[in-house]
Design a binder for this molecule. Structure first.
Ligand SMILES: [Zn+2]
Length: 51
């Protein structure tokens, strides 16, 4: 169990995950589905904050 993390997308959507890997995956899926962009793990991690 990791520490819960959130990523606030510039579009206003908030991604949540139980840990770094989960919130990064959620952000990548959101970026791909909603923004048609590929987000790198490093980019996503840099946006992650403690929930
Ligand atoms: Zn977004």
């Amino acid at each position: 169990m990791g520490d819960a993390k959130v990523i606030q997308c510039p579009c206003g959507f908030t991604l949540r995950g139980a840990g770094d890997a989960e919130v990064v995956a959620a952000a990548q899926a959101h970026a791909r589905a909603i923004h048609d962009q590929e987000l790198s793990s490093d980019q996503a991690l840099s946006m992650a904050r403690p929930a």
